[in-house]
Ligand binder design. Structure first.
Ligand SMILES: O=C1O[C@H](COP(=O)(O)O)[C@@H](O)[C@H](O)[C@H]1O
Length: 262
């Protein structure tokens, strides 16, 4: 039988963060072994804060507990069509929560932001970001899809992830790597997003979802699926997908939890 998504549940974020750290570092090491860099895409929303808690904690000194920032290439799983210093920008959020807090003297990771010259034309904004992926991964002639070492995703209270929203036509996109959306149900309206085939092609996918406000949608995702974007990622990635959640987010959800291990 095909493997299912792993659900790791913790009493709180303080216990979740060290496990997420270990998981991200293991993906980093696998990426470095594969191609000498770590290609990761991150989301906005609540993710950067939890990620910062996981990654900014001091190394235990144990082997394989080092975040090798100089080897990271950071992309955005989705981004809003706003300037990079706008309060809605996922880049601005990651910067304030994580990048600005890296210890002094740390070599900053490479961060692939959107090209803000194209904010008025979301198709061009998406095409330009797709070109950024092509430059880093490979030309579209040579690979069908880019392969990220890791995608770090959030889960909205409606079951959206990246800027892939329930019932939206973008869920049927089969060709583009990056697509525009101009009618996002959650503001701001205009965004770009990695498409579902790219998400499902990643080596590993990790969702982070915390708080009781997520429990109804988590029940629907894990018990029914209902074509929700997060459920489509679970189905498309199976055992390559791991959820890091707190107990409050999965209260009453019938789905086997696994003890966390790498
Ligand atoms: O709009 C967005 O929302 C999702 C989920 O956010 P959360 O606050 O519920 O974690 C986020 O993953 C995405 O990147 C963002 O653009």
């Amino acid at each position: 039988m095909a493997k299912q998504a792993n659900l790791y549940s913790f009493p709180g974020v303080d216990k979740l963060a060290p496990a997420l750290r270990a998981y991200v570092i293991s993906c980093q090491e696998a990426g470095l072994a594969r191609h000498g860099v770590f290609k990761v895409a991150v989301s906005g929303g609540s993710l950067p804060k939890t990620l910062a808690q996981a990654l900014l904690s001091p190394s235990s000194g144990a082997e394989n507990d080092t975040v090798k920032w100089d080897k990271w290439e950071i992309f955005f799983a989705d981004e809003r069509a706003v300037p990079l210093d706008h309060p809605d920008s996922n880049y601005a959020l990651l910067k304030s929560e994580l990048l600005d807090k890296l210890p002094a003297g740390t070599t900053q990771p490479t961060v692939h932001t959107i090209n803000t010259e194209y904010l008025e034309d979301t198709q061009e904004l998406a095409d330009q970001y797709e070109q950024t992926l092509v430059n880093s991964f490979a030309s579209r002639d040579s690979v069908r899809l880019p392969i990220f070492d890791l995608l770090l995703l959030g889960c909205g209270p409606d079951g959206h992830t990246c800027s892939l929203f329930p019932g939206h036509e973008l869920l049927r996109e089969t060709s583009a790597w990056v697509a525009p959306i101009e009618d996002s149900p959650k503001p701001p309206l205009k965004r770009i997003t990695l498409t579902l085939p790219v998400v499902n092609h990643s080596v590993r996918v990790a969702f982070v979802a915390t708080g009781g406000g997520k429990k109804e949608i988590m029940k629907e995702i894990f018990e029914e699926g209902n074509g929700l974007p997060c459920a489509l990622v679970n189905e498309g990635t199976g055992g390559r997908c791991s959820w890091f959640v707190d107990n409050a987010a999965v209260e009453g959800v019938s789905y086997p939890r696994r003890p966390f291990s790498l």
